[in-house]
Design a protein around this ligand. Structure first.
Ligand SMILES: Nc1ncnc2c1ncn2[C@@H]1O[C@H](COP(=O)(O)OP(=O)(O)OP(=O)(O)O)[C@@H](O)[C@H]1O
Length: 310
């Protein structure tokens, strides 16, 4: 349905998006995951025709849409990171205004407003002024505004950042419903791994402007299929122990946690003994060790050397 081909964006000589290739099929929910500054917003701005790429192409059903942005704007709804609403108008009035931009009129517009308000769970509050809304409620109205013209694809830029848990759950439910019940395609950017795991069937992982991995959750987990995650709780922090662990041949990555270290290790026998002996050499007691199968967060750490929310 939608395809980004070799997208690149340079600001004042600095490349912030570098050779991005991605696609979204009709009815698919796709995640774009990356830490702050990875280039997610810039990428989706180019896909939604809000920003012109330095090079590359965006295709809708095989046709380039860079020169005809109207084509793509009709079929997509974009939920930006910043709240774009009129504070002095009610939610209903805001939606009427956005509906008129999409050239919706009369009963059709009224029906669409009622439908989207219902979807985001704010029918009861629709006549209250936006300035009295919580951040989460404003974000939900922003989502309603992006859905008024019944887009085939909704693109959401970190829609749950900095909002209350109730609105967050509501947004996640809404996205799930749109995708699974209405067959709407979704491109969802986030730096919350668990959200993307819950909502999306396929994930692109981005770091420093580039895609570093992509696939279904199962495919991404396979990257670490020969490894295990080991969470070691220590009696005290020890940078020297961390250094030594990093140097062990079976340790793929090691990072400090709140009360110890987290290791990704290649599965083999004798690892526990070696970790215990290293701790003894540094006079640090091991309080507890947990070993589990790596998560997607671990895959990200392994690929980038940093946590998603660093
Ligand atoms: N208009 C601009 N001019 C110059 N640099 C920009 C511009 N827009 C974005 N950047 C830079 O591009 C890089 C990627 O930013 P972008 O907002 O796309 O990342 P992101 O992954 O969406 O991060 P976040 O999660 O913080 O929104 C950042 O270093 C940012 O400072």
């Amino acid at each position: 349905m939608l395809e980004a081909m070799e997208l690149r964006k340079t600001f004042k000589g600095k490349t912030v998006v570098d050779n991005i290739n991605l696609y979204i099929e009709q009815g698919e929910a796709v995640g774009l995951l990356g830490p702050n500054g990875a280039g997610k917003s810039t990428t989706i701005s180019m896909i939604s025709s809000l920003l012109y790429p330095s090079s590359g192409d965006v295709r809708l059903d095989g046709r380039s849409v860079l020169k005809t942005p109207g084509d793509i704007r009709r079929i997509i709804g974009v939920v930006p990171q910043e709240i774009a609403l009129y504070e002095k108008l009610s939610a209903y009035e805001n939606l009427r205004f956005f509906g008129s931009i999409y050239k919706l009129k009369g009963k059709h517009l009224t029906d669409r407003i009622a439908n989207t308000l219902e979807l985001v769970g704010l029918t009861e509050r629709q006549h209250e002024l936006i300035r009295t809304y919580s951040g989460g409620m404003k974000r939900r109205i922003n989502i309603a505004a992006a859905l008024l013209h019944e887009p085939k694809l909704v693109i959401m830029d970190e829609p749950t950042v900095g909002i209350d848990p109730q609105s967050r759950n509501h947004i996640l439910d809404t996205v799930r419903k749109l995708n699974r019940e209405k067959g709407m395609s979704v491109l969802y950017t986030s730096h919350y791994m668990e959200e993307v795991e819950q909502l999306c069937s396929r994930v692109y992982i981005m770091d420093h402007g580039r895609l570093i991995a992509s696939g279904t959750k199962e495919e991404l987990l396979r990257i670490l299929s020969g490894e295990e995650t080991m969470i070691v709780q220590l009696s005290k922090p020890s940078p020297e122990l961390l250094m030594e662990l990093r140097g062990l041949p079976f340790v793929r990555s090691a990072e400090e946690t709140e009360d110890g270290v987290k290791l990704i290790v290649t599965k083999q026998s004798g690892i526990l003994t070696e970790v215990v002996q290293a701790a003894e050499r540094h006079h640090v007691q091991i309080v507890q060790i947990q070993v589990h199968t790596p998560s997607l967060e671990d895959v990200f750490l392994h690929l980038t050397g940093r946590k998603l929310r660093d």
